[in-house]
Design a protein around this ligand. Structure first.
Ligand SMILES: Cc1ncc(COP(=O)(O)O)c(C=O)c1O
Length: 442
């Protein structure tokens, strides 16, 4: 009898996380039901100009062309080879108490994914999931000298139905492989990586926040680790992935908007450079300018380019402007993919959704500061906002340009377009709208 009770207690102890998850999901489903009813009611009363899209045609969901590997990359890895070494009970970390108060990238989950590449051993090696642990590398490793490093930023969302989803992962894989090629690092099969990543997320699934204000940030990283000092392509590399539960990345004013420093003395990217690739070396030189912005009481940097002061990006976000043209028509515009800006997945998704909505013109064209000033003076600028995985949309309320504060009326609009965008994208990400962009993790 005592032994039986001990076994039962052991079983309960071992499965307590499942029980907690079940209770949390039940509470969540109940509260979501009442939340949904309240939201539906509120929406009916507000009679918005913009309808929330509940079905999006497959014509708008095309995946990018898979990358073709160079012949000398060698063998690819496959998810079926994945080896798993779980953390011991002593290695497990306590999970954050309050999902809504998470700051960015300070807490990490219990496991990581590692895939080594050694040209001398034939190419990509067997993928492995291990406890989160420090990396050991030779002090001559290329990443430490020539910044041979690139990364991605993705998120896993716990949906209103309790399922975990990731958003358009094939787009991240495509961008990562393009960056790998530009960095002299080996390319890999994105689909196989996504399968390994899905396994990592399901092992650490308890770390995916139970909140729509938070998510699990995914940081795939690829580094050159050859122990040689030559500036040359990497014969050894490590593709690793860490996970971190996060809230929103950007600090904002009390009205939820950000203020920007636009100083034409600084630029982030230039034609022929790598502004359109997500490599670590693009980010280090921005840190001091960001510090200068903070010292002036501004939250982000608006990166300008060229004699005509073109707007390129906001901090680590793409930029969008909503305005009224000379004919009185509303236009949504974002800079084109000219090589100066990162091809954001949020940017692409917004262009797709807005074009499908068909309520206003959607353009990809150069925006300059003189044009912004002119629109402001004529009362035709409605909204400016940054977009990215970190925060979906980040409205802008002020730009400090050539020492003058320009006040942007983004937060003064009655039915702002950036709110429609945020709602539509998060509805997809958190599973309120069934959509092929949101991929369920088994
Ligand atoms: C420089 C830069 N621009 C734009 C973005 C937004 O891209 P995405 O929408 O894919 O997150 C990011 C974030 O990855 C970024 O680092």
């Amino acid at each position: 009898m005592t032994t039986k009770m001990a076994i039962n207690a052991k079983d309960i102890f071992r499965n307590q996380h499942r029980l907690i998850r079940f209770i949390e999901q039940s509470i969540r489903l109940c509260s979501n039901q009442s939340l949904k009813t309240a939201q539906k009611h509120a929406k009916q009363q507000a009679e918005p100009d913009f309808q929330i899209t509940t079905s999006i045609s497959s014509a708008y969901t095309a995946a990018p062309e898979p990358i073709k590997h160079d012949a000398d990359v060698g063998q690819q890895f496959a998810a079926v080879q994945l080896a798993v070494r779980l953390a011991s009970p002593q290695q497990l970390q306590p999970k954050p108490d309050n999902d809504d108060a998470l700051s960015f990238g300070k807490v990490f989950t219990d496991h990581m994914l590692k895939i080594y590449y050694h040209r001398s051993l034939g190419g990509w090696q067997r993928p492995e999931i291990t406890p989160l642990e420090n990396l050991v590398m030779h002090p001559a490793a290329k990443v430490l000298h020539y910044a041979v490093e690139l990364f991605e930023g993705m998120k896993a969302y716990r949906g209103v139905d309790g399922k975990i989803r990731i958003f358009r992962p094939n787009m991240n894989m495509n961008r990562m492989n393009l960056t790998a090629r530009r960095s002299g690092l080996p390319t890999f099969e994105g689909e196989e990586y996504i399968k390994c990543l899905s396994r990592l997320i399901s092992i650490d699934s308890e770390w995916v926040p139970h909140s729509e204000a938070a998510s699990l940030y995914i940081r795939p990283t690829l580094i050159g680790i050859d122990p040689t000092l030559g500036v040359a392509s990497s014969d050894s590399a490590l593709l690793y992935t860490i996970l971190s539960p996060v809230g929103c990345y950007f600090k904002s004013d009390s009205d939820g908007a950000v203020s920007l420093l636009a100083d034409p003395r600084y630029t982030r990217a230039w034609p022929g450079g790598v502004g359109n690739r997500k490599m670590g070396s693009n980010y280090a030189p921005t840190i001091n300018v960001q510090k200068e912005a903070a010292q002036k009481g501004l939250q982000q940097v608006l990166w300008l380019y060229g004699e005509d002061h073109q707007l390129t990006e906001v901090g680590t976000m793409n930029i969008f402007m909503f305005y009224v043209n000379e004919n009185g028509e509303k236009v949504l515009v974002t800079p084109p993919l000219s090589g100066l800006i990162l091809p954001g997945i949020t940017r692409d998704s917004i262009l797709t959704l807005a074009r499908q909505l068909g309520k206003f013109e959607v353009r990809e064209e150069v925006i300059t500061m003189p044009h912004v000033c002119e629109l402001l003076n004529q009362g035709r600028l409605l909204e400016l906002f940054g977009t990215g995985t970190a925060c979906v949309v980040s409205p802008i309320n002020r730009i400090n340009y050539l020492g003058t504060d320009l006040y942007i009326p983004t937060m003064e609009q009655e039915k702002p377009i950036h709110e429609w965008i945020r709602e539509t994208l998060t509805d997809i990400q958190y599973g309120k709208i069934d959509h092929p962009w949101a991929v369920v993790i088994d």
